[in-house]
Design a protein around this ligand. Structure first.
Ligand SMILES: [Zn+2]
Length: 229
C-alpha cells in the first residue's frame, strides 16, 4: 500500500524503471508502462506441446512446462533478468511470479501440483549474491497456486574427488557442480514444479530432474521466467 510517507520518499528517492532507467510514477509497478507493454510473452502456459516442452522431449519425462517471456539479446528481458540477478532487485522475481502464477491458475494445466522447488545456487554463490534470484519468483508462485515452496532439499554441490587427475580437462571436471537431493523420500508420490530463471539448452534443468527422478513415483513440471529462442 502506498502511504503518504512512501510518496514523500519517492520525491527524494524516485524509483527507476530497471530496464530503461526512466523514473516511474507511483501507480506503475516495477517497470514503466511502456517497457511493461514491450515484454515478449510466450503464451506457452495455456498451450500443450509448446517450445519448452519440446526442448525436453526424449530427455526427461515432463508433465507440463511453461515459460513466461522470450529472451531477446540486448533487449528489455535481458536487462530485467540482469537487474534481478545482480542488481539486488528481488521485486522483479515477485512481479514475474505473480504474472505467471495468474496465467497458470487460469490455464487449468497446472492443477495437480504439490510443491515448488527452485533450482538452487551453489552455497558459495548464494553467500556472495545474498539471495537466490529464483526464490522471490517461487514465493509469489507459491502464494498464487497455494502450494509450498521447498528450498534446501535439492542442493547444488561441488563434485569433490581427491584422486589425482592426468590432464587439465579432467581437473576441470573435478570442480564441476552437480545436484543432490538430501532425502530421496521427501518428494515421494509428489508432483513438483521445478522453477528457474532462464532456460537455454535445458542442461541445468535436465540434471536437476535426473536427481529428482531417483525418488519413487515423482512427477515433474517446469516453469521458467524466460526461454531463449
Ligand atoms: Zn521502462
Amino acid at each position: 500500500m502506498k502511504t503518504p510517507l512512501t510518496n514523500l520518499l519517492g520525491l527524494f528517492y524516485p524509483k527507476k524503471c530497471p530496464t530503461c532507467a526512466k523514473i516511474i510514477s507511483n501507480y506503475e509497478e516495477i517497470l514503466c508502462l511502456s517497457c511493461r507493454m514491450e515484454l515478449p510473452e510466450t503464451n506457452f502456459t495455456e498451450n500443450e506441446g509448446n517450445m519448452i516442452e519440446k526442448l525436453f522431449y526424449g530427455r526427461i519425462p515432463i508433465e507440463e512446462a511453461t515459460s513466461l517471456l522470450f529472451f531477446s539479446k540486448r533487449g528489455i528481458v535481458q536487462k530485467l533478468i540482469h537487474q534481478l540477478k545482480y542488481g539486488k532487485q528481488e521485486l522483479i522475481g515477485r512481479f514475474l511470479g505473480e504474472w505467471l502464477g495468474a496465467k497458470m491458475l487460469h490455464s487449468n494445466r497446472f492443477n495437480s501440483l504439490d510443491c515448488i522447488i527452485p533450482v538452487p545456487l551453489h552455497p558459495k554463490k548464494l553467500k556472495k549474491r545474498g539471495y537466490n534470484q529464483v526464490s522471490s519468483f517461487g514465493e509469489s508462485l507459491s502464494n498464487k497456486l497455494n502450494i509450498p515452496m521447498i528450498e534446501n532439499k535439492l542442493l547444488r554441490v561441488s563434485k569433490s574427488n581427491t584422486q589425482t587427475y592426468k590432464n587439465r580437462f579432467e581437473r576441470w571436471k573435478n570442480v564441476e557442480e552437480i545436484f543432490e537431493i538430501s532425502d530421496i523420500n521427501i518428494f515421494k508420490n509428489q508432483h513438483i514444479l521445478l522453477i528457474d530463471d532462464v532456460v537455454t539448452t535445458g542442461a541445468t534443468i535436465e540434471s536437476c530432474c535426473t536427481q529428482l527422478m531417483r525418488t519413487k513415483n515423482i512427477k515433474i513440471s517446469i516453469a521458467t521466467m524466460v526461454i531463449t529462442e
